[in-house]
Structure formats: structure tokens, C-alpha cells
Design a protein around this ligand. Structure first.
Ligand SMILES: NC(=O)c1ccc[n+]([C@@H]2O[C@H](COP(=O)([O-])OP(=O)(O)OC[C@H]3O[C@@H](n4cnc5c(N)ncnc54)[C@H](O)[C@@H]3O)[C@@H](O)[C@H]2O)c1
Length: 346
């Protein structure tokens, strides 16, 4: 099978994890990187050992480039994605898809109309314990779902926001703890519980001098009748492993930092099914995450390209977490319960 050539735009911290993940792929290789600043493009060329471009059109014309991986700040995903899609390149974007529904929709539409595949990195979908949990929910092992909760009670130190030009800003990050940190577990919650009927959210900027929120809580009504609680924060010292809870009429399970820590089904001996050796959590250190789950998602995306399948986390799926978070922000602003589908004006 033809080797798939991958290029990365944006050469910051997550780009380095992608480089490690791409090295684990059999039939794909990194062929180029791109940064708009020529000095940073040259530095990335040295570090990653492939040509570094500062001009995006020259980057997109690199021979053998098939897939573009977008690792720019969250509010700058759209522009490179549009350029890549127009050049006929498949697109893999870091989370979130984009920071507003308008920008997310433009991006999805561009990939559809240019007939290129679009996937969004939510690497925790590929954790073996999460996949066990999802299979059990789909099989009805917990019965009718009553409640699903996501708690992302994380901590970031002053330097985290102080040393970044975009984190915690409305234009660069789209907000704070929900759209940057909480979105991973919110994506899992939606994947398990299904569509949202309505939400009431409250956010605060309680600790740090940032534009976005560093503390928030929401109550969700799901279409299936279940209730949900979400908390997301970067202000809660020392930062605890993120937690996903599912309760049904027949039992419940709890996933913490990607590992099943509780598994209780009525009439069966209580057991913990954890298989994952370790899934480092970014609860207090954003660099603590590994690259293995990124590699697992890359493998599925490459397979989707080769066999013309749908990526597991496609644009429409990844849009759902953006919709819920934008609704939480709007609900907090208006102090109103908001009914879905939600559309935002920004
Ligand atoms: N999947 C995960 O677990 C995970 C973890 C961290 C970050 N992320 C996501 O990855 C993306 C990048 O995050 P990061 O931590 O690597 O950030 P970063 O600041 O370390 O890197 C961002 C890169 O984009 C470049 N850049 C900045 N402004 C730009 C602009 N206007 N146009 C083009 N490039 C620009 C920066 O110079 C840098 O090379 C974000 O969307 C973030 O949400 C995902």
C-alpha cells in the first residue's frame, strides 16, 4: 500500500506528541512541517528532521503530502484547515474542532465539498477501558441510563496562562477550562449518553486574570431522559484525575483518568475490568499526557483514508462537544436553561 505523507502545521507542544505517534505508524511518515514564522519553521526543521516551511501554499505543495495535521491554537484551526482542504489534503485537527459553531461548520463544509476526510483528535476515545465502557453501554449492560457525569477538576499554575499568548483568551482558546481541558471528558460523556435536550451552565473566572473561565458547572438533560452533571476547572488545586460516571437501572461504572475504577452490575460480583497499564492524566501537568492514544487514533484515521471509511471522531461528532460548551457559556451569560439544537451567534 502507498505510504501516506503527513505534514504538521503549528509546531508547539502537541505537535511533538504527533511526531512520536506518527513514528509508530507502519504505512505513513512525517514529510514536512509548517510554521508561519520562518525562524520557528527552521527550528522545527532541525528538531523534526523534515523540511520546514513558513509559506502554507509551499508546504501544501510538498511532494507526497496527503494529510495535514493541524496543531495551531484552537481559534486558528479554521484557516489552515480551509487551505488544506482546498488543496485536496485530508485533515486531522487537534481538539476542539474550532471555538465557535460558525467556524466549526465552515470547516466541516470545506472538507465535505473538497471530498477530503476530517477527523478531530479526542485520543481518550481510544483508551481500552473507555472502549469497554462504551461497549457495555451500547449492549445495555447498565440498563436504562439514569445519569452521566463528567468531572474535570483540574489545576494549572500561574505560568500556564502567563507564558502562553493564546491560552485562556477568547479569540485563541474560545474560553478556558471547558473548551480547552474539559472538552475531552465532555466528548466521552456525549459519546456515551447521546444527544442533549437542554443545559443550564454557570461559569466563573475565579482565580486567574484570564478572559475565559477557570471554574464552571452545568446540569444537562439528555434526549434519552437521563440527567448529567459537568464540572470543569483549572483553578482547583492540586488538580484531580478527570472522572466519567455512568449510572443505569442495572448498574454503574466509573472511569478515572482513562481507567475503570468501578464496575458494578446488579446480581453480578463487583469487579474492576481495568486493562490499561497507565493513562497519564493532564490533571495538573499538561505535558504529562503520552502519545500512545494519539497513535491509536492516527491508525484509525489512516485506515479510514486507505479503505474509504468514516473516521471514528469525524467533524459532525466533534461538533457536539463544541455545541454543548458554547451552550454552557451562553446559558451562564443569560442565566437561562437553553434548549437544543443550540446555535450561537459568534
Ligand atoms: N489532544 C490533547 O490532549 C491536546 C493537548 C494539548 C493541546 N491540544 C490542542 O492542540 C492545539 C495546540 O496546542 P499546543 O499546546 O501545542 O499549543 P502551543 O502554543 O504549544 O503550540 C501552538 C503552535 O501554533 C503556533 N501558532 C501560534 N499562533 C498561530 C497563528 N496565529 N497561526 C498559526 N500558528 C500559530 C505557535 O507558534 C505554536 O507553534 C490546541 O488546539 C490545543 O487545544 C490538544
Amino acid at each position: 500500500m502507498k505510504t501516506i505523507g503527513i505534514g504538521i502545521i503549528g509546531t508547539g507542544s502537541i505537535a511533538a506528541k504527533h511526531v512520536l505517534a506518527i513514528k509508530e505508524l507502519n504505512d505513513s511518515e512525517l514529510v514536512a512541517v509548517c510554521h508561519h514564522d520562518p525562524i520557528k519553521a527552521a527550528a522545527a526543521e532541525n528538531v523534526f528532521g523534515v523540511p520546514g516551511y513558513s509559506d502554507i501554499q509551499e508546504f501544501l505543495a510538498h511532494p507526497g503530502l496527503d494529510v495535514v495535521c493541524i496543531c495551531t491554537p484552537s481559534g486558528v484551526h479554521l484557516e489552515p484547515a480551509l487551505a488544506a482542504a482546498k488543496a485536496g489534503k485530508h485533515v486531522l485537527i487537534e481538539k476542539p474542532l474550532e471555538i465557535s459553531l460558525g467556524r466549526a461548520d465552515e470547516l466541516i463544509e470545506a472538507c465535505e465539498s473538497n471530498h477530503v476526510k476530517l477527523a478531530v483528535i479526542f485520543q481518550n476515545r481510544f483508551s481500552p477501558d473507555y472502549q469497554k465502557l462504551k461497549t457495555a453501554v451500547q449492549n445495555g449492560d447498565f440498563g436504562r441510563l439514569l445519569m452521566g457525569n463528567a468531572y474535570i477538576n483540574w489545576f494549572r499554575d500561574t505560568a500556564y496562562y502567563g507564558t502562553s499568548r493564546w491560552k485562556g483568551t477568547l479569540k485563541g482558546d474560545g474560553g478556558g477550562a471547558f473548551i480547552n481541558q474539559g472538552i475531552h471528558t465532555i466528548d466521552l460523556l456525549l459519546d456515551l449518553m447521546g444527544d442533549v435536550k437542554s443545559v443550564f451552565g454557570q461559569i466563573q473566572t475565579a482565580l486567574y486574570p484570564i478572559e475565559g473561565e477557570d471554574l464552571g458547572a452545568a446540569v444537562v438533560n439528555f434526549e434519552n431522559g437521563a440527567l448529567g452533571n459537568i464540572t470543569a476547572a483549572t483553578s482547583l488545586y492540586p488538580g484531580y484525575p478527570e472522572r466519567l460516571e455512568v449510572y443505569g437501572t442495572e448498574g454503574s461504572a466509573i472511569l478515572e483518568a482513562g481507567k475503570l475504577i468501578q464496575w458494578n452490575i446488579i446480581g453480578q460480583p463487583s469487579e474492576i475490568l481495568s486493562t490499561a497499564s497507565s493513562n497519564p492524566s493532564g490533571s495538573s501537568d499538561p505535558t504529562a499526557i503520552g502519545h500512545q492514544l494519539h497513535a491509536a487514533q492516527w491508525k484509525q484515521f489512516i485506515e479510514a483514508i486507505q479503505l474509504d471509511l468514516s473516521p471514528i471522531v469525524d467533524g459532525k461528532t466533534a461538533r457536539k462537544s463544541v455545541e454543548l460548551i458554547r451552550a454552557i457559556y451562553a446559558s451562564s451569560k443569560s442565566d437561562q436553561l437553553l434548549v437544543f439544537p443550540f446555535s450561537d451567534s459568534e
